[in-house]
Ligand binder design. Structure first.
Ligand code: G16
Length: 548
């Protein structure tokens, strides 16, 4: 075994997006592609974060195709670059929230997570890699930009020669060129953390009383976690977790828990014999969808309901320091924060923007419209945690999901909400659309279009209240009198062409109008969005590919 320096050349486009570097598997399979990115990361850490020689790195991924190969590559590179110890999940597996929990619990220097989250997997699917810092959260932009800059000048990487793949199929310990490799149970630390936050006795009693649940793991990494906790610790009947075996191609599923992609679950929850509670998580287990019987909870409402009832959950009994939501997420949580007299922060899209607020104790719960909810227990959004939170609320109140949400609307009003995704737009056309829209902003303020008065129109910019860093151009907002909003931004997680996301929100205080079809309520805003942005004209498309 010997340390080798391998000559290489930069690859264009290794800039991490909303959540790490995500590309087609075939891109990652190019010789040196992954190695370049990993070496760029190792090269910039000493100046950006600190010296890692002898320190602990956490490593694991969502088990998608290419995970097994990538884990072995990274282990060899970590040893050649002087890390002291790597904690790697058994089989190379760690869900994203579990990786965050492991980093924090073991006070690791940082962690590498292999995932393209909700993107499809398999040889023709997507792969991804991201770095999380010692607080367990995604690296901030300062670090991801430094990685990118280094990736554009890199000419050599370090690895080990003559090393066979390690057998990661069982917990155990290896030595690689002086570096310890510890293969850990991917579920244990996470399950203990969940037990410390929730009322497991009340949840056991809820199942014992005959309540039923269906958890769809979408053939992704949450399966083992959900089985261990729901069926193992909480006594839910076997079969409560469906699609519970993680598969390299997610069984062909698009592992994105929303009504469009979790159709099997939607159908089961609409059936005559539907269980009381339905839930799903995504490829790397950080997203969640929560359903009642034939009743969909939007992620924005989910955050608001959780915040309003947080003190019913043992881990949050002392109350919330504050709430944070991404800008396109509805303002439902803001109403709760006002009622509780706590801070509510509006951040750009991307979980990394919550890190400073959580570290500074200025937020306890965070949420995003993109089916992400989490808290200060880790520094990632956490799918199963959110599902356990809702389970705890049902067990503590005796109310169903639908009853909890309807009572919430009666108290706070309803924020009707939907997101329209226009997928597969050629990148240059999507850029032209956004440029034109930004150019029109000054002329839009104060206009009344089809009866909608535009009180404000801007491009969202965020100054982090903790470190003062500024993130600009984070999405175009049209703010309309009466609390309605239309937001436009381009997705930062896709791998093919561009996806335009149009977020639509309208507030309704009157309980008699809380039961209307969502798209009907939002129709004037949908028309306004197309009129102002010229979506059909620019995109060359007739209709959004996904409506959630
Ligand atoms: C990631 C980020 C989220 C973001 C989502 C969608 O989630 O962590 O903060 O809301 O992408 O981003 P975009 O609208 O740019 O596609 P995940 O679950 O993919 O890691």
């Amino acid at each position: 075994m010997s340390v080798a320096s391998v000559r290489t050349q930069p690859f264009a486009g290794q800039r991490p997006g909303t959540s790490g570097l995500r590309k087609k598997v075939t891109v990652f399979q190019q010789p040196h592609y992954l190695e370049n990115f990993v070496q760029a990361l190792f090269d910039i850490l000493p100046s950006q974060v600190g010296e890692f020689s002898g320190a602990t790195l956490v490593l694991g991924g969502d088990g998608r195709f290419h995970n097994r190969v990538a884990v072995q590559t990274i282990l060899r590179m970590a040893a050649a670059n002087g890390w002291g110890r790597v904690l790697v999940g058994q089989g190379g597996w760690l869900s994203t929230p579990a990786a965050s929990a492991v980093i924090r619990r073991h006070r690791a220097f940082g962690g590498i997570i292999l995932s393209a989250s909700h993107n499809p997997g398999g040889p023709d699917g997507d792969f991804g890699i991201k770095y999380n810092i010692g607080n367990g959260g995604p690296a901030p932009e300062k670090i991801t930009e430094a990685i990118y800059a280094r990736s554009q000048t890199i000419d050599v990487y370090r690895s080990l020669d003559g090393v066979a793949d390690l057998d990661l199929s069982q917990p155990g310990r290896f030595e690689l060129e002086g570096m310890a490799v510890e293969v850990i149970d991917p579920v244990a630390d996470y399950a203990e953390l969940m037990e410390s936050l929730f009322d497991f006795d009340a949840m056991r009693a809820w199942f014992a009383a005959g309540h039923r649940m269906r958890f769809d793991a979408m053939s992704a990494i949450c399966g083992p976690y959900a089985r261990a906790i729901l069926e193992g610790q909480l006594g839910a009947p076997a079969g409560t977790v469906v699609n519970g075996e993680p598969l390299e191609d997610f069984g062909g599923h698009h592992p994105d828990p929303n009504p469009a992609h979790a159709q099997e679950l939607m159908a089961a929850m609409a059936a005559a014999d539907a269980p009381d509670f339905g839930a799903a998580s995504d490829g790397d287990a950080d997203r969640n969808m929560v359903l009642g019987r034939d009743f969909v909870v939007t992620p924005s409402d989910s955050l608001a309901v959780m915040a309003a009832h947080a003190t019913l959950v043992p881990g949050y009994r002392a109350g919330l320091a504050g709430i944070a939501r991404s800008m396109p997420t509805s303002c439902a949580a803001d109403a709760v924060a006002r009622a509780l007299g706590i801070e509510c922060h509006e951040t750009p899209t991307g979980w990394k923007f919550f890190g400073n607020l959580l570290d500074a104790g200025r937020a306890t719960l965070c949420g995003e419209e993109s089916y992400g909810t989490g808290s200060s227990h880790v520094r990632e959004k956490d799918g199963l945690w959110a599902v356990l939170f809702w389970l705890n609320l049902q067990a503590a109140t005796g109310q169903s999901v639908e009853q909890l949400v309807r009572a919430h609307w009666t108290r706070f009003g309803r924020h009707y909400y939907s997101r329209h995704d226009w997928e597969g737009i050629p990148t240059d056309r999507a850029d032209a659309l956004m440029a034109e829209l930004r150019g029109r902003l000054p002329s839009l303020v104060g206009q009344t279009l089809d009866g909608l008065h535009l009180a404000q129109a801007d491009d969202f910019a965020y100054t982090d209240p903790v470190d003062g860093s500024l993130s600009s151009r984070q999405g175009v907002r049209l703010l309309i009198d009466g609390g309605a909003r239309v937001v436009f931004r381009l997705s930062g997680t896709g791998t093919e062409g561009a996806t335009l996301r149009v977020y639509l929100e309208r507030y309704e205080a009157e309980p008699a109008r809380h039961n209307l079809p969502v798209q009907q309520v939002l129709a004037p805003l949908i028309a306004l969005a197309d009129q102002v942005a010229g979506i059909r004209r620019h995109g060359g498309l007739d209709a959004p590919a996904v409506i959630t």
